[in-house]
Design a protein around this ligand. Structure first.
Ligand code: HPA
Length: 236
């Protein structure tokens, strides 16, 4: 495969060493407009906007993925394997599975369990354990401490179903799994297979334990801004 790829129209060298991946294309533009200087559009295939610019002098890219493991699987694979990207940091949202993990808290996905069949492609004689990069986790934790935010580091569930028919998502909490989202496991698998680094940082947008917990749009924006600071400082 050569570049451009079927999903990314950028040229060689257009992406920085580290790419932040939000799910929402509008978020990608928001990050470029509000956090980066000299940001340049490097991809717009399918409206998946990708930008490269500078954060405090550090060259960083941001691009959307859409939702779900097949989607982040495609973009992260092409970034790692065809564009030479070294680090991918997903910046997303998740639903809390724990009573003491609240809306607006930050989740750092040390590991990602999954109900997906994504890793069957590797034909391993057992179950692979998708993990985030330890160095990136350490940097993200240091930034959380500096900002004084509420955060937890541990396992998440990367589910293929936002609306599971059996309603059994909370069973994962029995194993200490903190939160549910839909992308990290595939990202961590692609990083492992490519010999590259990945981390997923999420804000808690809803709680399966306390469904009454809610955030207004201003609070959501504040926690998103905090997460972006953490991710941009974590970027190498
Ligand atoms: N389920 C799956 N993904 C999510 C959720 C959820 O409840 N909240 C945010 N992302």
């Amino acid at each position: 495969m050569s570049i451009p790829t079927p999903h990314i129209s950028a040229s060689a060298g257009d992406f920085a060493k580290t790419v932040l991946l939000p799910g929402d294309p509008k978020r990608s533009k928001f990050i470029a407009d509000n956090f980066l200087s000299d940001a340049r559009l490097v991809n717009d295939v399918r409206g998946v906007q990708g930008y490269t610019g500078f954060y405090n002098g550090k060259r960083v890219s941001v691009m959307a993925t859409g939702m779900g493991q097949p989607a982040i699987g495609i973009y992260s694979y092409e970034l790692y394997n065809f564009y030479g990207v070294e680090n991918i940091i997903r910046v997303g949202s998740c639903g809390s599975l724990l009573p003491d993990l609240h809306v607006r808290d930050i989740v750092i996905a040390q590991g990602a369990c999954t109900d997906s069949n994504y890793m069957a492609q590797y034909r391993l004689p057992g179950t692979f354990c998708p993990i985030g990069d330890f160095g990136l986790i350490t940097r993200a934790v240091a930034e959380c401490e500096k900002l004084g935010v509420n955060y937890k580091v541990g396992n998440v569930l990367s589910s293929d179903c936002f609306y599971p028919d059996n309603g059994a998502t909370l069973d994962w909490a029995k194993m200490g799994v903190m939160a549910v989202e839909m992308e990290s496991a595939a990202l961590y698998c692609n990083a492992a297979r490519a010999g590259k680094k990945a981390l997923c940082i999420c804000t808690v947008s809803d709680s399966l334990v306390h469904p009454e917990e809610n955030v207004d749009s201003e609070q959501r924006q504040n926690s998103f801004t905090q997460m972006m600071k953490i991710a941009l400082e974590t970027a190498e």
